[in-house]
Design a binder for this molecule. Structure first.
Ligand code: UD1
Length: 416
């Protein structure tokens, strides 16, 4: 069955190693297309989204080899610029191939990308910004075709901050003629990682990690070897598992420097956290009220990808509180499932109000997207009785063997 079984009500104790970052691996794998030769990407997580990205790269003619956590991508012979619709449709990062392929081959046709159902998630800004670099785009019902004989550097003043648009523009700009300015650029650590990879490959990028990127196009990039950083969202997920179930866990390799807003929030809930050189120590259970609620924002603000997980923390803390989702308009899909487990939550526009004092009990619930699915597993750890979270495939998109990792932390969970 495509599910996770959880025996709830057990406090945690143990340690686990945090996997490489999904949101850094995907654009970096797309970026290998900009080089001509063999790139080696270390610490790539073994998750479904990486599998789909590799499948897309193979369909374009890349030779792929996986040895442990190192993926070798040989981009010497690209043959196709059409991609399998089922892999494009399953994840939003397939849009990353657009900027990279335009730079490498000048022509792409693809289905509109999929991904988690957490809002409208249009690609209008991607297409608008690429058109400004000289790309001609024909939009059909289910697919579109983009062509550029030459990508031209330009000043991109964007109407809002977008992670994906910033990444796509970086990929299009590194081999474009002239200078591209991206403002406001997203500052997520995954964008810094993409810039570091490209700089290692010979790109000229200034301002990585700031809201203004200046990219000077170069003639050519060379293949390189690069290590993907640890996944701050996965580390945040296991942190919330401890906050909900209680106990003491060590998250080896957790990227503390990129988790400041998350660590600060966990401390406000009453947990004790220790930033070690090789990871993050988490101790205690959430039992305090979060004055002023929690609002998601672009980095370095509180990540929307951990919103549903902290909603669970709030629901089990026994205190009233609210969460405001300011990045995606439909990211409260776990609320009905949490209500089935006994939580008292009401949604009003972009805010969810959580009432304390309602203890959770386990039952059968359904994951509907990646982070919400992980949040339901975390909720079940803190709930009484035995629970089932269905649709594990959503969780597998971004988590390497979540049941094994949680067992390392002392939880009683298994595949079902
Ligand atoms: C990336 C992350 C995702 C994270 C999100 C916000 C990856 C693979 N995914 O998604 O995990 O939740 O950043 O941190 O890295 N928008 C438009 N038009 C566009 C593009 C975006 O309206 O053309 C809107 C989106 O609907 C959303 C907002 O902009 O409301 C932010 O989205 P964006 O930052 O682009 O997120 P993604 O890159 O899709």
């Amino acid at each position: 069955m495509d599910a996770v079984r959880i025996y709830g009500g057990k406090s945690l104790s143990g340690q686990t190693k945090i996997q490489g970052s999904k949101n850094a691996s995907l654009p970096i794998l797309a970026a290998t297309l900009l080089t001509d030769g063999i790139c080696e990407i270390e610490n790539c997580p073994d998750i479904a989204d990486v599998y789909h990205m590799l499948r897309l790269l193979r369909s374009l003619g890349c030779q792929i080899e996986r040895r442990g956590d190192v993926i070798r991508v040989d981009t010497t012979r690209l043959s196709e610029c059409d991609m399998p619709a089922d892999s494009v449709g399953v994840m939003r990062s397939s849009i990353m191939l657009l900027g990279a392929l335009l730079a490498r081959t000048g022509e792409v046709s693809m289905e509109y990308p999929g991904g988690c159902v957490i809002g409208k998630r249009p690609i209008d800004l991607h297409l608008y910004a690429l058109r400004r670099m000289g790309v001609e785009i024909e939009e059909g019902e289910t697919a579109f075709c983009a062509k550029a004989s030459r990508l031209v550097g330009t000043v991109q003043e964007l109407p809002f901050v977008s992670v994906g648009v910033t990444e796509n523009l970086i990929l299009a700009a590194v081999l474009a003629s002239g200078e591209t300015v991206i403002h406001p650029a997203a500052r997520e650590p995954e964008i810094q990682a993409l810039c570091e990879f490209l700089i290692c490959a010979g790109a000229k990028i200034a301002g990585a990690g700031t809201d203004r990127l200046v990219i000077e196009g170069v003639e050519k990039l060379h293949p390189t070897r690069f290590r993907v950083p640890a996944d701050r969202i996965v580390a945040g997920t296991y942190l919330t598992a401890c906050l909900c179930a209680g106990g003491r866990v060590f998250l080896q390799d957790a990227p503390c420097a990129h988790m400041e807003s998350v660590i600060a929030c966990a401390e406000r809930f009453g947990a004790r956290l220790g930033r070690e050189t090789d990871g993050l120590l988490v101790e205690g259970r959430a039992d305090r009220r979060l004055e002023g609620g929690l609002t998601t924002a672009v980095y370095p603000g509180f990540p929307t990808d951990l919103q549903s997980l902290f909603m669970v923390v709030m629901a089990v803390s026994g205190q009233d509180g609210f969460i405001e989702e300011d990045v995606f308009e439909n990211r409260f899909r776990i609320v009905p499932e949490l209500v089935k487990m006994g939580a008292c939550i009401q949604i009003a526009g972009t805010k969810a109000y959580i009432r304390g004092g309602h203890s959770l009990h386990n039952t059968i619930v359904e994951a509907q997207e990646l982070r919400g699915g992980a949040a339901l597993v975390v909720a079940a750890l803190a709930a009484e009785g035995t629970g089932i979270v269905k649709n594990r495939h959503f969780i597998d998109r971004g988590y390497e063997d979540i049941t094994l990792r949680l067992r390392e932390l002392g939880a009683a969970v298994e595949l079902a």
